[in-house]
Design a protein around this ligand. Structure first.
Ligand code: NCD
Length: 360
């Protein structure tokens, strides 16, 4: 078997069919109703968590999920205290840890980094966020929240507000929700933080309608779901650029008064200032509950991957080509030993690590 095809890695949810996501949501639901029935499901198994970037919810919910399944955990949450600080590359660190653990969860500041790790890892790898690119397990969290709280994943008008350019949770969620019929997307951001072109390509190709808006007030009344996001300070080139965007969108009680009575507010958290604290008491504010759903669906994910009941592993789709990805934030421009995989033909192709269009 070729590298990257051996395990049920979760790099991008869209590598798997919707039926597999639904299985995870159903299992997550079952676990939520009866967590004690699963408390020995992963006895003796070890999960490695490699967090090269700060995290509270994702890391702790993965760790709690594994502990609640009877497994144990190893890992780091500060690369400065690991051999990464000595200059070790991703391949070596992840190859070693994946040889110690049965399943590995990784977060890294660079797009495509987790895919790169999965090419040579010796156990299944889960993407817990790769730069501004994707965050599939946050999306599972979001899907579980929608299916439990709205009862459907179809026919929803979904407003996404804030940093649509750098927000990996937004990118993953749009990719996933564009696989369900009848959804409509309202993209609410400043021009500077608009959804990247490659994501708009994905939306257009899926045939879903989307509109762009600069005012949250103007669109509040249309929405079934409002997905608020933080301005991703750490992804800006300068503090000035960040400060120009900070505070542009703040959801408060006044805006909530314009929304449907059954609209729900999601946020991957952490919140900075984009949702006023006064909104927390509104019954439509779902973000704390959402974080709890994340733990159950991650339990379902760990269990499903470790059981590996025959779900086919995704294969590397792209062909190796000469030439570089033009995205400076792509892992292939940092870890130069990586093979270059691109999909598509002709001169304009798509980099399989970061999904950006590039001219070869
Ligand atoms: C998100 C992330 O890391 O992308 N947080 C999370 O995992 N819940 C959102 C964010 O940091 O803004």
């Amino acid at each position: 078997m070729k590298n990257g095809e051996r395990f049920l890695n979760l790099i991008d949810l869209n590598d798997y069919p919707v039926s597999w996501w639904k299985h995870l949501l159903e299992l997550g639901h079952e676990i939520r109703l009866s967590p004690e029935s699963f408390s020995h499901a992963c006895d003796g198994k070890i999960m490695g968590t490699l967090f090269y970037e700060p995290s509270t919810r994702t890391q702790m919910s993965f760790q709690t999920a594994m502990l609640r399944l009877g497994g144990t955990i190893i890992g780091f949450d500060n690369p400065a205290t690991s051999s990464v600080a000595k200059g070790e590359n991703i391949k070596d660190t992840t190859k070693i840890v994946s040889g110690y653990a049965d399943i590995m969860v990784m977060r890294h500041p660079t797009a495509g980094s987790v895919k790169a790790a999965a090419l040579t890892a010796e156990c299944p790898v889960i993407n817990a966020g790769d730069g501004g690119h994707l965050h599939p397990t946050q999306t599972l969290t979001d899907l579980m929240t929608l299916s439990e709280e709205k009862g459907t994943l179809e026919g929803l008008t979904i407003g996404l507000c804030g940093d649509l350019k750098n927000g990996r949770t937004v990118h993953s969620l749009i990719k996933a929700m564009s696989c369900f019929k009848g959804n409509r997307f309202v993209l609410i951001s400043t021009k500077e933080l608009a959804l990247p072109a490659y994501m708009k390509d994905i939306l257009s190709a899926s045939g879903h309608a989307y509109t762009e808006a600069e005012s949250l007030d103007d669109v509040m009344g249309e929405l079934d779901v409002l997905y608020m996001t933080r301005i991703q300070r750490e992804r800006f080139a300068s503090e000035e650029e960040y400060l120009a965007q900070k505070g542009n969108y703040i959801l408060d009680r006044k805006k909530m008064a314009k929304a449907k009575h059954d609209m729900i507010v999601l946020h991957p958290l952490p919140r900075v200032d984009e949702i006023a604290i006064e909104v927390d008491d509104d019954q439509r504010a779902m973000y704390f509950k959402q974080a709890k759903y994340g733990m159950y669906v991650r339990m379902a994910l760990i269990l499903t991957i470790l059981r590996n009941d025959g779900t086919p592993a995704p294969v590397v789709k792209g062909r190796i080509r000469h030439g570089r990805c033009s995205n400076p934030k792509c892992i292939t421009n940092q870890e130069l030993y990586l093979p270059h995989y691109f999909t598509g033909t002709g001169d304009t192709v798509v980099c399989e690590y970061c999904d950006e269009r590039t001219l070869l």
